[in-house]
Each structure stands twice: as structure tokens, then as C-alpha cells.
Design a protein around this ligand. Structure first.
Ligand code: ADP
Ligand code: ASP
Ligand code: MG
Length: 401
């Protein structure tokens, strides 16, 4: 019998009524497939747990992961009870019982290995397996969490390990849209999208799927479907680019509001300076995204601008100032009032004019571009944060999505 992994996000398991709805969908599929269900915590629960951790000023540790992953225990337990009442045999298996083994980086652990033997044994007994998302067990034998939104990754990792037919991600929207439907009501549902495009969209801000889950699906050629838990209509299929007949020039628009800009002015214009600056940041585990270097006027001094996560901006500044003598710069300025807006599409590989249209649309809105970065299938610009929504809507219109 074929295997199906069904994942339900927080809003889909927000109360008992919603859990009963989940149980009905699971029951229906359990007649056709061996089913693994992966659940998030009930909506709002993980945020509540995060607040407790903020109050006690606990960063990522074994104890904080024990707290943050606990919301999922409630939802899986309740679903199992409801399924058993519907005469569907089910068993909850926690991350450590399977086990889903991760590295020791608490708060953002990566899955190293999944032992699917126990799951297969329960399949033989015709039981539905229910797994809490977002948790594993570290190499040192402690509960670990996969980072916010990590239930998507749990579901995809299990589906890959079990060679499932498909992994269905049930959420509060009925698919992947050309942009966040909560920002632009004119956003259109995409029927099929390639892994590459989805990967760019997720990493550029479309939180509908955790980026790592898309990476994993792509690596294993696993078909993903994003669909609504509230109706029965088909969702968006995320597939290999080969299976897309028509390749859109631009498939979607994404945005992130969690980056900040740092400019170092008056750095020496000579080889080795960038390597020194970004080496220092990398040694402190600070991720840098967009980078722009200005050519110096006098051939002696230049400026470099780059973006980091907003929460790391002050730390990055402090570290660079500590190394002022070594790097030899004039001053540093920071700006957290920025956002990154991106246009994404595999068709960009073969068609021209995408950048021109983007810059024209932003110019029409008198939006100043602070930095640009590109890949084969995306163009991102950094702009003033308060213009984000206007820019997203304008670009959506410009590409006739
Ligand atoms: P879940 O709790 O089910 O994991 P999330 O809140 O993580 O759900 O993801 C769903 C949300 O992603 C939607 O409510 C929507 O606002 C947001 N989103 C952002 N960009 C997109 C997009 N391009 N298509 C669909 N949803 C998007
Ligand atoms: N409950 C966790 C979170 O809110 C994991 C998830 O839902 O994917 O981030
Ligand atoms: Mg999510």
C-alpha cells in the first residue's frame, strides 16, 4: 500500500472542532494509504511558550527546546483520542521514540537520520502514525527543536525516509499564491510550481513552507502539495521543473521585513578588505545577505553596504567596531527600517526584460533602491520598509500575475 504524509499547521488544529475535521480527512485517506500525520501545536501555543522563554531570557538550549516543543504534545494526543473514537487505530510517536536524530544545535537543529523501522511495524498493525512536528532528539540524547515553522520539515523528512507517494501540507490558505494573499487580495493561486521557484519564494519570505522542507523535497524529488484544511479543493503542487510545461517569466513576488542594512564607510580600497570584514562576521555566526560595494572616488577609500537579520544588527555593529583598528574604517551606520522585495520565476533564465520592468514599477512609485541582488531565477531589491506593501502590489500588477 502507498504511503501518504499529511501535515496540519497551527490554525488547522486550533481547537477541538478543527481537530475533528482533521480526523475526518485522516480517516478518509487511511482507507487508501498508510498514513503518517504530522501536527503543529494549536495556533498561538508556540508563541506563548516563546514569550515565557523571552521573560526568563533563555536563548537556545536543551531546556528551551524542551519548552518550545511541548505545544505539539497536546495536539497529537488529542488527535489520537479523537481518531480512536472514530474507530481509526492510531499511535503517537514522539521525536525521540522514532527516533528523529538531529545535531546538537538547539533552537535550529538539523535532522541527521530517521529510523523508520518502528513506523513500518505500526503500519503492519494498520495504525495511523501521529508525529509531533518540529522536534527530534539530539546526538547527545536530548530533545531538540527544528526552528520555527519546522513541522513542514518534519513532514517532508518523514515522507522522504518512507518513500511516500506525496506529502500534503494543510494550512490556512488553499495553496501557494503569486504573493502573500493576506497582503494583496488580487494574489492568484498557482497550480504547479517548481522546487527552485518555491525555494526562492520560501527563503525570500513566503512563510507558507519552511525553506528547509523545500530543500529536502527537491533533493529527494518528493511531490509536495500545499492545500487548505478547511475545504476539499486541490492545492498547489510543488514539482520538478521538468514537469512544468509552461514556464512563467515571473511566478511570484515575496518580501521580508526582518533584515537590516549596515554601511561601513571609508574602508581601504585594496585587496583583502572584504575577506577580512566578512570573515570576522562569519566567525561570529552572523549571516550576511545582500552586499554592495561602492567604487572609491580617490582610489584610496571605499564604502561597503550589506544586510543581516535585524536581530543581529547591533551585534554585527559591535563586533565590527571592536575590530576597527584591524579593518581600518571611518564609521559604521545602520538602518533597520528596510525590507527586501523579490520577483521570482524560472522563465527568467530564458527571457529578458524582468529587471527593467521591476525598476520601472518602483521608479513610478518613487521608491529608492538601496541594494540589489540577483540569481538565475530571482531579483531582490532593498527598499524603505514602509513602502513594502505598495511595492508588492505594484509589482504584482506590473507582471500581470
Ligand atoms: P501553518 O501554521 O499552517 O504552518 P503558516 O502561517 O506557517 O501556516 O503559513 C501560511 C501563511 O503563509 C498564510 O496564512 C499566508 O499569509 C502566508 N504566505 C506568505 N506568502 C504566501 C504565498 N506566496 N502563498 C501563500 N501563502 C503565503
Ligand atoms: N509550532 C511550531 C511553530 O509555531 C512549529 C510549526 O508550526 O511548524 O513554529
Ligand atoms: Mg508554517
Amino acid at each position: 500500500m502507498k504511503i501518504l504524509v499529511m501535515k496540519f499547521g497551527g490554525t488547522s488544529v486550533a481547537d477541538i472542532k478543527k481537530l475533528k475535521n482533521v480526523a475526518i480527512k485522516v480517516k478518509r485517506n487511511s482507507k487508501k494509504y498508510k498514513v503518517v500525520v504530522v501536527l503543529s501545536a494549536m495556533a498561538g501555543e508556540t508563541n506563548k511558550l516563546q514569550k515565557y522563554l523571552d521573560i526568563v531570557s533563555e536563548k537556545s538550549s536543551y531546556s528551551s527546546d524542551l519548552v518550545i516543543t511541548s505545544g505539539e504534545h497536546v495536539s497529537v494526543g488529542l488527535l489520537s483520542i479523537i481518531l480512536n473514537k472514530l474507530k481509526v487505530k492510531s499511535i503517537c510517536l514522539l521525536g525521540w521514540q522514532i527516533p528523529i536524530i538531529t545535531d546538537n544545535s538547539y533552537g535550529k537543529a538539523r535532522i541527521l537520520k530517521i529510523n523508520n523501522k518502528i513506523i513500518k511495524n505500526y503500519f503492519k498493525k494498520n495504525e495511523v502514525i501521529i508525529v509531533p512536528g518540529f522536534q527530534g532528539i539530539s546526538k547527545e540524547g536530548k530533545i531538540s527543536s527544528l526552528g520555527r515553522g519546522g513541522s513542514d520539515t518534519t513532514a517532508v523528512a518523514l515522507a522522504c525516509s518512507l518513500k511516500a507517494t506525496r506529502c500534503d501540507i494543510y494550512t490556512d490558505v488553499d495553496g501557494v499564491y503569486s504573493t502573500d494573499p493576506n497582503i494583496d487580495k488580487k494574489a492568484k493561486k498557482i497550480k504547479k510550481i517548481s522546487y527552485e521557484e518555491m525555494l526562492e519564494m520560501a527563503s525570500l519570505g513566503a512563510k507558507v513552507l519552511q525553506t528547509r522542507s523545500v530543500e529536502l523535497a527537491m533533493k529527494n524529488n518528493l511531490v509536495l502539495q500545499v492545500l487548505s484544511s478547511l475545504n476539499n479543493s486541490p492545492g498547489t503542487f510543488i514539482v520538478n521543473e521538468k514537469n512544468l510545461i509552461e514556464k512563467e517569466m515571473v511566478t511570484g513576488i515575496s518580501y521580508t521585513k526582518n533584515e537590516a542594512k549596515i554601511t561601513i564607510s571609508g574602508i581601504p580600497d585594496k585587496p583583502g578588505v572584504s575577506s577580512l570584514i566578512f570573515g570576522i562576521l562569519s566567525d561570529s555566526n552572523i549571516n550576511v545577505d545582500m552586499i554592495v560595494q561602492n567604487i572609491s572616488q580617490d582610489g584610496l577609500r571605499a564604502n561597503v553596504t550589506f544586510t543581516v537579520q535585524e536581530r543581529e544588527m547591533n551585534l554585527a555593529k559591535k563586533i565590527l567596531e571592536k575590530n576597527r583598528d584591524l579593518i581600518d574604517f571611518h564609521y559604521i551606520s545602520t538602518n533597520a527600517d528596510v525590507s527586501k522585495v523579490s520577483v521570482i520565476g524560472v522563465g527568467m533564465k530564458s527571457q529578458s526584460g524582468v529587471a527593467k520592468k521591476m525598476f520601472k514599477a518602483l521608479a513610478d512609485l518613487k521608491i529608492n533602491i538601496l541594494a540589489i541582488s540577483t540569481s538565475e531565477i530571482k531579483i531582490s531589491v532593498l527598499i524603505n520598509r514602509k513602502m513594502t506593501n505598495k511595492a508588492v502590489k505594484k509589482l504584482h500588477k506590473a507582471y500581470v500575475l
